[in-house]
Design a protein around this ligand. Structure first.
Ligand code: NAP
Length: 293
């Protein structure tokens, strides 16, 4: 049976480290780092994410503010909010919770975010700087996975890594980060047009699956002893659970766990790390570590 990579415990440890740094800043007369979030409309999942980001901020002593805008907000109005946040010296970093309502052009809104405050790492400036290995805000999920790998002491040098899924927020940055000097993995990035995907995945020492299809990664695709990082999040109806649903990932956990040497559970693996990464980026923003203030 695999060893579980306990994202919850690792994220709690990182939160304690962040809380100590925040307390130290306050002791030295500085403001607590301030993260703002903008949410447009009534999407249930988005509201849950923003609420947990707010809670996480408070748990480490950071200031958090949430701008809740109605579904009817126009693109121009949202751009005004972005402009306000860009110029408010009290706010160190902010996020625009995606998805935005269909009548708003996401790319245009993201492009308007000042890179210095883009703690989600979604702007082309931060993405380009990551590609070049320059100081930048790395998107929260890949950043969290890199922390999991580092803190679980998973060997990466010379290892074959297969990333399944090439989204701009998970798969593509993961592939870039794993092939960086110092990490030194040999990376294959798979997507919906990949041929012989199971065969490719079977050569992987580390598999990162981020495609949004519950139970897609089956045990027969995984080399015995491989490390499996499951990014997927799916809410599946379950009348036996008190909540009426359970959360599952992109891997067939029970079966894959019998073959892999280490695996991230869902929930409690990558998810908690994503939120903590946002806090790490906000701390960096407040300290001017990426872009000097
Ligand atoms: P996305 O933007 O929908 O991208 C999915 C990727 O998977 C695409 O590149 C797609 O290929 C590829 N794909 C789809 N079906 C495939 C198949 N049968 N074989 C191979 N590749 C396939 O997804 P995302 O935003 O990266 O999210 C992926 C999952 O992670 C979702 O379940 C999401 O909820 C979850 N997620 C979790 C966290 C967290 O904190 N744990 C954070 C972000 C996302 P093409 O490019 O060819 O279409």
């Amino acid at each position: 049976m695999s060893k579980i990579i306990d994202g919850k415990a690792i994220s709690e440890q990182i939160k304690r480290e962040i809380a100590a740094e925040v307390a130290n800043m306050i002791d030295h007369g500085q403001n607590a780092p301030h993260l703002a979030a903008v949410i447009v409309g009534d999407d249930g999942a988005s509201k849950t994410y923003v609420a947990s980001k707010e809670k996480a901020c408070h748990s480490v002593g950071m200031t958090s503010s949430v701008y809740r805008l109605p579904e009817s907000t126009t693109e121009a109005e949202l751009l005004q909010t972005v402009e306000f946040l860009n110029n408010d010296p009290e706010i160190d970093g902010y996020i625009i919770q995606l998805p935005l309502p269909k009548h708003i052009n996401e790319e245009k809104v993201i492009a308007a975010i000042k890179p210095e405050k883009d703690v989600d790492g979604f702007t082309s400036v931060n993405a380009g700087r990551m590609q070049l290995g320059l100081p930048c805000y790395i998107p929260a999920t890949p950043n969290g996975i890199m922390e999991l790998i580092k803190r679980s002491e998973i060997e990466t040098s010379g290892k074959n890594v297969v990333v399944i899924g090439r989204s701009n927020i998970v798969g593509t940055p993961m592939a870039i980060l794993m092939s960086r000097k110092g990490i030194d993995s040999t990376v294959t990035l798979c997507h919906s047009r990949t041929k012989n995907l199971p065969e490719i995945v079977r050569h992987a020492d580390i598999v990162v699956v981020a495609i949004g299809k519950q139970g897609f990664l089956t045990a027969d695709m995984v080399k015995p002893g491989a490390v499996v990082i499951d990014v997927g999040i799916h809410r599946i109806e379950d009348p036996t659970s008190p909540k009426g649903y359970k959360i599952m990932g992109d891997a067939d956990y029970d079966e894959v766990a019998k073959v892999a040497s280490m695996i991230t559970p869902v929930p409690g693996g990558v998810g908690p790390m994503t939120i903590v990464s946002l806090l790490q980026n906000t701390l960096k923003a407040a300290k001017g570590e990426v872009y000097p203030k």
